[in-house]
Design a protein around this ligand. Structure first.
Ligand SMILES: Cc1cc2nc3c(=O)[nH]c(=O)nc-3n(C[C@H](O)[C@H](O)[C@H](O)COP(=O)(O)OP(=O)(O)OC[C@H]3O[C@@H](n4cnc5c(N)ncnc54)[C@H](O)[C@@H]3O)c2cc1C
Ligand code: HEM
Length: 383
């Protein structure tokens, strides 16, 4: 199997735009009408989710050590759609038909052989993980909303009681479905370390025009039901590492980092932790009160809030350690860089993709090894 040939082949096809996803789904549903119900009713805007992901994943088969853990999670996570082994060949056949159609005369037996081999391998890893997981875990968790705090017009903190413990590591996310938007699953990060009562908090920011987040932020009340898929994600604490920790959160990107912070605070000898929390405006720092209270009682923790779209006031910056209410001004990545150097730290970064990208660049420039930076971006176009 020639990985470079797969990558080139997929890039050429993907470059042909929306028509590719349209062809794939038409082919899939014409040949297998029974699969249509597994997908959301309205698919505009997310048409290419599965197809793009498939292409990118299959084209990475030359990096199995990185890919296998991800595929195993994906396989477990797919159980929530009701997908079983017999579905995989149908998706594989439509993928091949789509690639063949858009490749035209350049399609060769070798390329077809590569794709078949790669898809089979990916499907095998996903299915094995799903089967193993089925022995011990449900395909999804039912949850009930037990508290809703509206922190700002577009940000809410929801507390959910799952019907059985959700086995996750701080920093991970689950796909969540609300009854009024069936099959529109969206990922949200658990914002707390596991608790004795098993409740989980989610920090949700409303994305204008999105189908799910406005329902969660504006329309959700206590008593409402949700469903949750298997926990996923690699933005988890490196527990072996002796290094101090840098947490950089943009808006609700705070959620997984707050869970990691809680996990660290349960240690007998916590490392030094700096948490940078950024938003455009002061009222976007929706959890600052809580963080400030926390920092006041924990000598190893420093919280630095920052806003990017409000004028700077006195023209200098001050670090917040105990609730003086002051914030720094500037782009979060610049504020973080201004407090550097950060070499010798483990960094965890989460938020909108541009913010994450800039921050990672700055950290690398300041000497943080790339393999000491773990990150998550929230825009689902990344997946
Ligand atoms: C692993 C992971 C964890 C996540 N955790 C959280 C979380 O803890 N809290 C949270 O509020 N959101 C989180 N998200 C984003 C969340 O899954 C939804 O995408 C978001 O709530 C919008 O949902 P929607 O259905 O309203 O709109 P969508 O249909 O998801 O998105 C509509 C459009 O907005 C873009 N978009 C989506 N999210 C954002 C964003 N955050 N900023 C800018 N553009 C965006 C999409 O690319 C799309 O073009 C996470 C995403 C991922 C992949
Ligand atoms: C190699 C095999 C496969 C890979 C790599 C793959 C990958 C993905 C990825 C990455 C996503 C988006 C992540 C998410 O939102 O959870 C996704 C979504 C989905 N997949 Fe798969 N998948 C595979 C096989 C299948 C099969 C066989 C089916 C069966 C029909 C399927 C059905 C779905 C559905 C219904 C969604 C949600 C679509 C949406 O919300 O738009 N997948 N897949």
């Amino acid at each position: 199997m020639d990985a470079q040939r797969l990558k080139d082949s997929f890039d050429r096809v993907a470059g042909q735009g929306d028509a590719v996803a349209l062809f794939f789904y038409s082919d899939l549903f014409v040949r297998n009408p029974h699969l249509r119900d597994m997908f959301p009713v309205g698919m505009s805007g997310q048409r290419d989710k599965l197809l793009r992901a498939l292409g990118h994943i299959v084209a990475q088969v030359d990096d199995l050590p990185a890919l296998v853990p991800f595929l195993r999670q994906l396989g477990r996570d797919h159980r929530r759609f009701g997908i079983v082994a017999e579905h995989y060949p149908h998706v594989g056949a439509s993928l091949l038909a789509t690639l063949r159609h858009f490749t035209g005369d350049d399609w060769t037996d070798d390329v077809e052989g590569d794709w078949n081999a790669a898809y089979s391998l990916v499907a095998k890893v996903m299915l094995e993980a799903a089967d193993e997981n089925a022995l011990t875990a449900p395909a999804w968790w039912n949850g009930q909303v037990v508290a809703v705090e509206r922190r700002r017009f577009d940000i809410a903190v929801l507390r959910v009681q799952p019907d059985r413990p959700l086995p996750y590591r701080p920093g991970q996310s689950v796909a969540l479905e609300v009854p009024s938007r069936l099959r529109h699953w969206r990922y949200y990060s658990m914002a707390n370390a596991p608790r004795p009562d098993h409740t989980v908090d989610f920090h949700v920011r409303l994305v204008d025009g999105g189908p799910v987040s406005p329902v969660l932020v504006r329309g959700t009340e206590t008593g409402d039901r949700v469903r949750m898929g298997a926990p996923i994600g690699t933005l988890t604490l490196d527990e072996e590492s002796p290094r101090d920790v840098l947490l950089v959160a943009g808006s609700t990107g705070l959620a997984p980092l707050k869970a990691i912070l809680e996990q660290i605070s349960q240690r007998t000898a916590p490392p030094r932790v700096h948490l940078f929390f950024g938003a455009r405006t002061r009222d976007g720092l929706y959890d600052l009160e809580d963080l400030t209270k926390l920092a006041g009682g924990l000598p190893w923790l420093t919280v630095v809030p920052a806003v990017s779209d409000e004028p700077g006031g006195h023209g200098f910056s001050s670090v917040l350690t105990s609730g003086d209410g002051d914030v720094e001004h500037g782009n979060l990545s610049d504020v973080v860089a201004g407090h550097g150097p950060w070499d010798g730290r483990d960094a965890y970064v989460c938020g909108p993709s541009a913010m994450v990208g800039h921050t990672v660049e700055q950290l690398a420039r300041l000497g943080v090894a790339r393999d000491r930076i773990r990150l998550e971006t929230f825009a689902d176009a990344q997946r």
